[in-house]
Design a protein around this ligand. Structure first.
Ligand code: AMP
Length: 578
């Protein structure tokens, strides 16, 4: 294959993947941060919009923006198998070379230099966009038999690439660019390339959390539209989920801020002088739905300021609250559906706005401050009922969490939200800084039908399990509902691995198909409809709670139970769509 810029015909060379990988090599070749930034800013300043948004993602060691649900999900074994199919090297040789280099990128570079298959489209140079498009197609290829389609898509990429390009494709797939760049340096380069203040680039980055969008706004001189200012809604920080208090304590190993999980709708309150706005979870203006809150909001005060001077953005929950107890979420929903908010409905379904975070105060953006400091600031603000500060406690033990959980449920709330006191406010991101703990849904008993080899510390063990329930309507056929790899100890995985090898029906190298004998009890966050599995459903955040040695495939749950749980959730989903 021709490995040179000569093959690139188009005038706009900056959009070509080959140009990109040469830049990466240049950046890798210098230890000077200044030089890295110079190379990069010069490169970025010459790009069109589409290629720019892809280039900054790739350079930040990402394929899709932070928070995106898409992932290419290609493992080492798929890459090795694809390389052996198109090169003159068999699987054994590939393994040996990998062991020699210890690096998948270097292995790919070598293998592609030994390529025997010739692509029909060989003459077409890869561009940043065509590579990204191919990655997107790989990520979108999901479902029971997706492995082969993914390999074909990957093969197409490799067949069109030079050895150096193949090296970078592999590095990107594995999330191991390692060219001495951090997202921070990419931000510096964006600021330099488009002549924008670094402080503003960073603030926009904090708000949007997506380097692609930030680079485009910088290029267009529109970064100010992403800034945190009253009356300009900010994306919400979101919570992750954990199933037990034990898991939370184990994970954080430090005191946490613990609040009730209020069963209402998320709302952002903005005050700018005498103007008040409430924005919904979808960032639409819903001020008219809460007239009694809007009028009281004007009285929000700081001991040291005069009223009209306070500008702020608060984050919190609007709940329906009557006679000292929260009303059911459906009552709130009923009120929100009404076009006119009459006096009668405000009496029947009175509202409380529970404030749990502050995003902006009097010219100062708060999101970079740790939560404990934001809470301190909130405690100094005086609110007038029905706007109140969220009740909070510090917890440091399972017992502490359990006690507050009971208290929350007794008071009619949904559960708890536990928050890392050192965390910033990350707009638009779901992370482990906030953890919701709700009453656990039922668990499901399912049987393992496929097991895959794990990676890293789990390499060599069968640690990823695809499991199924029975479908009573089709002769108890097994229907897959998910895949889980967390929840078991190393010892348990070793025991299961041994057992799986004895009940293997087929060995595909990277996975084994097994007789349905091992029953797992699976906990999960919720159930989604999905065409990924042949059951039509997928468990979200599945975790293995127990290996049910006391159960056989006859005892596993059936599809109607899955459907029943799914239907129970519809209420919650409605809620999230408010
Ligand atoms: P999720 O929307 O899936 O991230 O679940 C968390 C939701 O719980 C938030 O969006 C809020 O609407 C709601 N919530 C209720 N109470 C709290 C609280 N104290 N802190 C944060 N979120 C809360």
């Amino acid at each position: 294959m021709i490995d040179g810029l000569n093959s690139v015909l188009s005038a706009d060379i900056s959009t070509h993947f080959l140009h990109f990988v040469h830049l990466c090599e240049k950046i890798l070749g210098t230890t000077s941060k200044n030089m890295k930034v110079n190379f990069l800013s010069e490169y970025l300043s010459s790009m069109n919009d589409e290629s720019l948004s892809v280039a900054v993602l790739f350079l930040s060691n990402r394929i899709f923006p932070l928070g995106s649900k898409s992932a290419v999900n290609i493992g080492y074994s798929t890459i090795m198998r694809t390389l052996s199919e198109i090169s003159t090297l068999d699987q054994n040789k590939i393994q040996q070379i990998y062991l020699k280099y210890g690096d998948m990128g270097a292995l790919s570079e070598y293998a592609i230099s030994k390529m025997h298959t010739v692509s029909l489209f060989q003459q077409r140079a890869l561009t940043l966009l065509s590579v990204h498009d191919r990655f997107r197609r790989i990520a979108d290829t999901i479902g029971y038999n997706s492995g082969k389609s993914k390999r074909n898509l990957l093969k197409g990429l490799f067949l069109n690439s030079s050895p150096l390009e193949a090296k970078y494709l592999t590095k990107m797939i594995n999330g191991e660019m390692r060219i001495g760049l951090t997202e921070g340096l990419v931000e510096v380069a964006v600021s330099k390339a488009f002549n924008q203040e670094l402080r503003i680039v960073r603030e926009a980055m904090l708000v949007l959390g997506d380097i692609s969008q930030v680079a485009l706004l910088a290029k267009k001189g529109l970064l100010h539209t992403a800034l945190v200012r009253p009356l300009n809604p900010v994306s919400y920080m979101l919570a992750d989920v954990m199933i037990t208090a034990e898991e939370i304590i184990d994970y954080y190993q430090k005191p946490l801020i613990c609040e009730y999980k209020y069963d209402g709708i998320r709302a952002q309150m903005h005050k700018s002088g005498q103007q008040i706005r409430f924005f919904s979870r979808k960032l639409t203006d819903v001020t008219d739905a809460f007239p009694e809150l809007a009028s009281v909001a004007l009285n929000t005060n700081l001991p040291s300021s005069s009223l009209s001077k306070i500008d702020l953005i608060l984050d919190g929950e609007v709940i329906a609250f009557l006679h000292g107890k929260p009303l059911h979420f459906q009552d709130l929903q009923k009120r929100l559906r009404k076009k006119n908010v009459t006096e009668q409905i405000t009496k029947e379904v009175p509202l409380v706005y529970v404030v749990y975070d502050i995003i902006y105060l009097n010219g100062e953006v708060m999101i970079r401050k740790p939560l404990r400091q934001r809470k301190e600031i909130l405690s100094k603000i005086s609110f007038r009922e029905p706007i109140i500060n969220a009740y909070q406690n510090i917890v440091n033990s399972e017992q502490g969490i359990a006690a507050m959980f009971e208290e929350s449920r007794d008071m009619g709330h949904e559960g708890l939200v536990l928050k890392d006191p050192d965390s910033q406010y990350y707009p638009g991101r779901r992370g482990r800084y906030w953890i919701k703990l709700k009453k656990e849904l039922d668990t499901i008993d399912a049987v393992i039908v496929i097991a895959e080899y794990g990676h890293g510390k789990r390499a060599g063990t069968l640690s990823d399990y695809t499991f199924a329930v029975k479908d009573e309507h089709s002769n108890d056929q097994l229907k897959i509902i998910g895949k889980a790899y967390s929840g078991l100890t190393d010892d348990e995985i070793n025991i299961i691995t041994k057992k799986l090898r004895t009940i293997m029906i087929r060995d595909d190298g990277y996975r084994v198909i097994v007789r349905p004998e091992i029953v797992l009890e699976i906990a999960f966050d919720n159930i989604q409809k999905s065409d990924r599995h042949n059951s039509g459903f997928a468990l979200r955040f599945p975790r293995i709670k127990n290996i049910r040695i006391d159960k056989t495939v006859k005892d596993i749950d059936s599809l109607p139970k899955i459907k029943q749980i799914y239907n129970k959730q519809v209420y919650l989903m409605n809620k999230n769509n408010v």
